[in-house]
Design a protein around this ligand. Sequence first.
Ligand code: NAP
Length: 254
Amino acid sequence: MKMQTLFDLSGKTAIVTGCNTGLGQGMAVALADAGADIVGVNRSDASATRAGVEATGRRYVDVAADLASTRDIPGIVAAALAAFGRIDILVNNAGIIRRADALDFTESDWDDVVNVNLRTAFFLAQAVARQFVAQGGGGKIVNIASMLSFQGGIRVPSYTASKSGVLGLTRLLACEWAKRGINVNAIAPGYMETSNTVALRADANRNRAILERIPADRWGTPADLAGAVVFLASAASDYVHGHTLAVDGGWLAR
Ligand code: NAP
């Protein structure tokens, strides 16, 4: 296969959750730029993402859903099939974070984070994988992990638990589904400039401490994930299974 063909997503359909902003928006536009039509799953207005996708010449369909529960999953799959007739790629990106000392952490801050970041991500992967099996021909699932899939972090117990869970789940799903031609991998972004990190960047001490530890000497941006997500969504990664790829400016290398 020619190198360009390996990364070409023409004719593919990608579902990207939480793509109205931030990393999800960057990845949706990157996948479209590589040729995929996009099904965005959002609870907020995603017109900026629609514009970004359509500017690449690809189609964008938005599905309104609250990923705090699994309730909307059948509707997401049905809407993708109604729009484009098949599903080839799932990017499980939607995620939230809550910060409080572990001694004070509440059950709702635990449940809310684990439900979106881990529980719904698993059941959406299950629903999409069932569709991959029904279609034949395999598929690609890209989960979004974190530095806190590898490290403990501080004051974010449910986030660390959920993102460590995403890394383990990525391995388990790869072990079960690789033989079906389904690639399950994850991207672990480093410290990226999005609304997820506003509080960190606003705290001058934390901001300086983080920057001092990033060998690339800058926060990452949504565009920094473009190459990784297209790789993991394309034929270029057909023999890559269960891997969590850090895109972190070298953070984990320290
Ligand atoms: P973000 O700008 O806050 O984006 C999070 C996305 O998830 C938004 O689209 C958000 O929608 C959506 N979302 C959250 N809860 C939802 C729900 N119940 N139903 C539907 N959509 C929901 O943050 P981000 O940094 O781009 O985060 C994207 C992913 O990367 C997350 O999984 C995050 O944990 C992970 N990550 C981020 C960093 C970083 O440094 N920024 C590092 C490692 C991993 P709304 O806009 O409506 O809230």
